[in-house]
Design a protein. Structure first.
Length: 135
C-alpha cells in the first residue's frame, strides 16, 4: 500500500480538512503543483483556484481557495487559505445571489471609496467559485 500524505486546509473561519490523502493538486501563483507523500519541502503562495484532493486517481474533494500559502514539510502539506469553500457544499444559485448582493454594495459606494477594491476582489473570488461549479 502506498504511503499517505497528511494534508490540512485551514481558513480563518475554520479547518476544512485534515487527514491522510494520496495526492493534492493546488493553484500556486507560479503554476499548479501536486504534492505526494515524501515530497521535498517548499513553501509557496496560492492564487484563487481549486485545490483537488485525490484518493488514488479519483478526485474526492474540491475546495475553492482565495489565495493563501502552501507549506510542504516532512510532516505533510498545510494550506492556509485567506478564504475557502468546499465546492460540494456550494450551490450555484447562492453564489449568484452573493455576486449580485456584492455588486449592489459596490455600486452604492462613492467612486473614491477604498472599499471598492475589496468588493471587486470578492466579486472576482465568487465568479471563480461559480466557474469552478460549472466544471
Amino acid at each position: 500500500m502506498a504511503e499517505k500524505l497528511h494534508f490540512s486546509l485551514v481558513s480563518p473561519a475554520r479547518e476544512l480538512f485534515s487527514g491522510a490523502v494520496d495526492h493534492v493538486i493546488a493553484p500556486g501563483t507560479e503554476g499548479e503543483f501536486g504534492v505526494l507523500a515524501n515530497h521535498a519541502p517548499f513553501m509557496t503562495t496560492l492564487k484563487n483556484g481549486v485545490v483537488r484532493v485525490l484518493d488514488g486517481d479519483v478526485v474526492k474533494m474540491r475546495i475553492y481557495v482565495r489565495g493563501g500559502f502552501a507549506d510542504v514539510t516532512p510532516a505533510g502539506l498545510t494550506i492556509l487559505a485567506e478564504e475557502a469553500r468546499n465546492l460540494t457544499d456550494v450551490k450555484a444559485d447562492e453564489v449568484d445571489a452573493e455576486i449580485e448582493a456584492t455588486r449592489l454594495k459596490l455600486l452604492a459606494l462613492d467612486k473614491d471609496d477604498p472599499k471598492q477594491i475589496a468588493f471587486g476582489e470578492q466579486i472576482s473570488y465568487l465568479e471563480g467559485i461559480r466557474a469552478a461549479l460549472a466544471n
